[in-house]
Design a protein around this ligand. Sequence first.
Ligand code: MSP
Length: 500
Amino acid sequence: MVMGKYYITTPIYYPNARPHIGTAYTTILADYLARVRRSLGDDVFFLTGTDEHGMKLSKAAKEKGLTPQQFVDQLADEFKVIWKELDISYDRFIRTTDEDHLKTVQDIILRCKENGDIYKGYYEGLYCVDCEQYYTEKDLVDGKCPIHGKPVEHLSMESYFFSLSSYQDKLLKFYEENPEFLPDRFATEVINRVKGGLRDISISRPKRYLDWGVEFPGDPEHVVYVWFDALTNYLTGVGYSTDKKMFGKYWPADVHLIGKDIIWFHCVIWPAMLMSAGLPLPKRVAANGFLTVNGQKISKSLGNVIDPVEIKNRFGTSDILRYYLLREIPFGSDGDFSLESVRERYNNELVNEFGNLVNRVLIMFGKYGREGSGVDEGLFEEFEGIVDRYLRHLEDLKLKQAVDTLWQTVSLANSYINRKEPWKLAKDNPEEAGRVVRTLAEYLVFLDAYLYPLLPEGTTRLAEHLGFDHPPKITELKPFGENLQPERIREGGLILYKRV
Ligand code: MSP
């Protein structure tokens, strides 16, 4: 992997209800990647936040008897609390009501306008408020929104348009020249749809219809349509309208991580907007599938939500959520969330395979670790082979394969113990027992560094037990055998995860 800067984003979420596990999913994946990249020495900027304008929020606020601003203030705070509970290490939490964002939106519109891509017209069509998206008759399923299964509204109004249609060839050329840009499993579908022709899109609403939004530059009677507003958050987040130096450093984004339902916006509309505004395009859009319960998408609108904080509390650690989501579901596929399989993975893998390994090694180290000298390089060579494969999968964003591979480092240590049986060696050959156990303790330092993005809570506790302030960065690791300072290791074992 070539190291440098790494700008990663999540979608900004509609704060019309607390985040559920479906919304936490992308955020957790992004957090994992952000932590990996920091550990590998990249200068990372990780952006997440809330998408606060639009009809959906305005309606939700009204139902609660609040102004939209009061309503989104409350929920944005809730999002922050929950992300903290889940150890989400974002660098900025952006809100589309932030002052600097309003400036960015207006500026981008002006740039697109200068480029001749914005004109006033008349809009007539079908609209799903839950999606904040237009549909045509043929998109609907039984006359209803294909995502939410709810009736759509018939809208007819004056509107500004963005001439998306003039970007068809440029987009197709861009996809061809940048095969990494489109999300793996969905690339062909996007390309075919773009080849099928693009229609200009409505990008404003008359204020009399909706006044909760960014004022359209040059026309106080209109507000900017929520998606045009939302997408530009990725520019605001790294200082587009406040800090040119920062913007120059981080833009373009290295990866926009999103859910598969918003691919069109990120892979077609967004690059066209950026082309029109004369800005560099993001390097990659990567999309996860949906989390389902009994095969049905988890969604606020469908009312089958699972609270991620409840899962954390049930198992006593947020590590289980990221571990489960990364390991259970191939990135890009839909995956069914089942508490039973969370419990199985937790007990078998976190408690037994990793937790027991840590505890056994620490106890054995206390008993036999101080005899003799040196470590066993052979174990480390095997470890390096696994890690190489792990990093290659990561580079390709094959996240499940990556984590499956990474976990082999845990199995490797367990089989090393079973093979060497240090407690038997201790009787006849205490020096060899000491070497084996020191090898394992040193190995824990490497595991700690590599597993940190996946299990930040557990590895932080292990680091402290081993005498470090924090799990070491991968780039900070010294050669095998030179990291552990035996006098700093705390006495006794360590129970990282309790059986549930
Ligand atoms: N506000 C827009 C995004 C704007 S980004 C410039 C939006 N918000 S959302 O809150 O409705 O959804 C945000 C993300 O959450 C989407 O990527 C969506 O796919 C994801 N998910 C919502 N429910 C989900 C699941 N059940 N499973 C996986 N992802 C889910 O769209």
